[in-house]
Write a protein that binds this ligand. Structure first.
Ligand code: HEM
Ligand code: HEM
Length: 249
């Protein structure tokens, strides 16, 4: 077991951590660029990254290491409310993996990420009419933003309550040994601990895939992602638009 070396127990495997921070960057990137017509290609690039990351996470939730498996954080809504109540009273249990309230935020984020990405695609391709999905896409994005604010607030409050830095654990993967020892939740759930080298390989592969996709998109300002898209969404950010040959062969 390589899991108890310096600084606590390895709980968040590399693929989950890469997923987390790549999702955070992609969400922020897509959101910040959402109104800039000239950056539409990059907006769509981040949006597709979100869809790819979520697809990966849905699989990893079944075959990943213990704390990443959905089965290890399948809490009832009552358990989530109970955690929040205890948190307000200053006596919430410290969960080594996701706590019951955080788990619901995570499910919400995954669902809203899919909904935002899919409606973005429908919007871009004008499905159901030019603007049929514009409002709903924006509404999903804003609901997701609200949940992210709650999520980050929850991380801060729980970190203060449990006197440990939860965000740092999402960076290093490690959780203090003492927390795991008396752990409620994920640390004792189904699935393997984080031990095998293959997880490093998969985590690295995920990072390379994301960076590779962004590099490819950046070399062309994202224009291949808008290829074949008619109307206002495609034109502004397609450098080739001016040179387009309108003759049909
Ligand atoms: C500064 C910003 C952020 C910090 C410090 C942060 C921190 C964390 C932490 C500590 C966890 C583990 C929670 C736990 O211990 O139960 C977590 C999980 C998660 N966060 Fe964040 N987060 C941030 C931003 C975001 C953003 C922007 C998104 C989505 C766009 C996001 C989505 C998620 C998801 C989906 C999980 C579940 C991870 C998994 O099991 O795959 N986070 N985050
Ligand atoms: C998943 C992350 C995404 C987020 C957070 C996001 C967010 C947003 C937001 C907030 C707007 C409204 C901008 C405004 O006020 O005008 C917007 C517009 C748009 N999004 Fe996304 N989006 C995402 C993904 C996608 C994807 C995957 C696509 C296409 C494949 C896409 C295509 C579009 C288009 C074409 C518009 C322009 C709507 C208009 O005409 O104003 N988005 N997006």
């Amino acid at each position: 077991m390589q899991t108890t070396t310096s600084g606590g127990r390895m709980l968040w495997d590399l693929p989950t951590r890469i997923f987390h921070w790549a999702l955070a960057v992609s969400f922020a990137g897509a959101y910040v660029l959402s109104e800039a017509d000239e950056a539409r290609g990059f907006h769509v690039m981040f949006g597709y990254t979100v869809l790819g990351l979520v697809a990966f996470r849905l699989v990893w939730g079944f075959i990943g290491s213990r704390a990443s498996r959905f089965a290890s954080f399948a809490y009832s809504p009552l358990a989530a409310l109970g955690y929040l109540r205890d948190l307000a009273r200053g006596r919430a249990r410290d969960y080594a993996g996701h706590n019951p309230a955080g788990s619901w935020a995570i499910y919400g984020i995954i669902v809203l990420a899919m909904a935002t990405g899919i409606t973005g695609w429908l919007n871009l391709h004008g499905v159901g009419g030019e603007e049929a999905f514009e409002e709903v896409h924006e509404a999903f994005a804003n609901a997701w933003l609200a949940l992210v604010v709650l999520h980050v607030a929850g991380v801060v409050v729980s970190s203060l309550a449990h006197r440990r830095n939860l965000a740092a654990s999402m960076v290093t993967g490690r959780v203090p040994e003492a927390v795991v020892e008396r752990a409620a939740g994920a640390a004792r759930g189904p699935g393997p601990e984080v031990t095998t080298r293959s997880r490093w390989a998969l985590g690295s592969a995920l990072a390379v895939a994301v960076i590779g996709f962004w590099t490819w998109a950046a070399t062309t300002a994202g224009s291949p992602l808008l290829a074949g898209v008619a109307g206002e969404h495609g034109q502004a950010s397609t450098p080739y638009a001016d040179h387009e040959d309108h003759e049909d062969d």
